[in-house]
Write a protein that binds this ligand. Structure first.
Ligand SMILES: O=C(O)[C@H](CS(=O)(=O)O)OP(=O)(O)O
Ligand SMILES: [Mg+2]
Length: 246
């Protein structure tokens, strides 16, 4: 199985995703938040790039969510903190979400055969889904405004490690960046929370009062669920069906 790890959205080319599984990773915080919201019973999440698009798609009963400069967007119901997306807040609701990087990454991956949302919370489940889908796989690290973010690379390394544990080293081939990220993850795995606190986005979150989010985003393999993009909506499916062979 071939797994390519892409360092940030700016380095990604949409056409390269055709016929592949793409796992979009934005640990701080969009994909951690999407996973949390769906586990807590929201109906679906519509990831969009702009505030304007989010407002256009809004229908009565929806929740508008997202951030700019880490802060909740004025007039929106929720920001981008996984801690806000509780059962009480989201159960049964459709959420339209726009964030600086993560939702842009999902849009960029939309030509893929399957688009999954990954974070430390579901690394093992992402690895299992990628194996079941039987396609070449790309892990797209969202990064921050087209610059690499360590937390996303570490999570890519975690997903690779789960793939190696599941299939064995000789069945997993990756690019040099993937090799490097797996090595970084193995070094950091016993102090992930501290590592996330010390990286650029972790420090930014702490400065903005979101230290609790870092603890929530650093938990590993807490769920076996994987959000998947289905007709512009991210949702949880009982199992993710492969599309017919091309
Ligand atoms: O709020 C977040 O977690 C970030 C904002 S920023 O890029 O750090 O300014 O957005 P995300 O799209 O989840 O990376
Ligand atoms: Mg991010």
């Amino acid at each position: 199985m071939h797994i390519e790890v892409v360092a940030n959205i700016g380095e990604a080319r949409s056409d390269d995703f055709l016929h592949k599984t793409v796992i979009v990773v934005d640990v701080i915080r969009a994909t951690s938040t999407i996973i949390t919201a769906l586990i807590n019973g929201c109906k679906a999440i519509i990831p969009v790039e702009t505030v304007l698009k989010a407002k256009e798609l809004y229908r009565e009963g929806d929740l508008l969510a997202g951030e700019r400069f880490c802060k909740k967007i004025a007039g929106f119901d929720l920001g981008n903190s996984p801690l806000e997306f509780t059962k009480e807040a989201v159960q049964g609701r459709r959420i339209i979400l726009t964030t600086t990087n993560g939702t842009r990454g999902i849009q960029k991956a939309a030509k893929a055969d399957r688009v999954l949302a990954g974070a430390f919370l579901n690394s093992k489940a992402c690895a299992e889904a990628a194996i079941a889908l039987k396609r070449d796989t790309v892990i797209l690290c969202a990064g921050t405004q087209d610059v690499f973010s360590l937390e996303d690379g570490l999570c890519a390394g975690h997903i690779l490690e789960e793939l190696v544990l599941a299939l064995g080293e000789k069945h997993i081939a990756t690019n040099d960046f993937g090799l490097a990220m797996r090595g970084c993850y193995l070094q950091a795995q016993n102090r992930l929370y501290e590592t996330l606190l010390s990286c650029t986005n972790g420090k930014k979150m702490c400065k903005s009062g979101f230290q609790g989010d870092i603890a929530a985003c650093a938990l590993t393999n807490t769920t076996d669920q994987v959000p998947v993009l289905e007709n512009d909506h991210m949702m949880l499916l009982p199992s993710i069906p492969a599309r017919p062979a091309f």
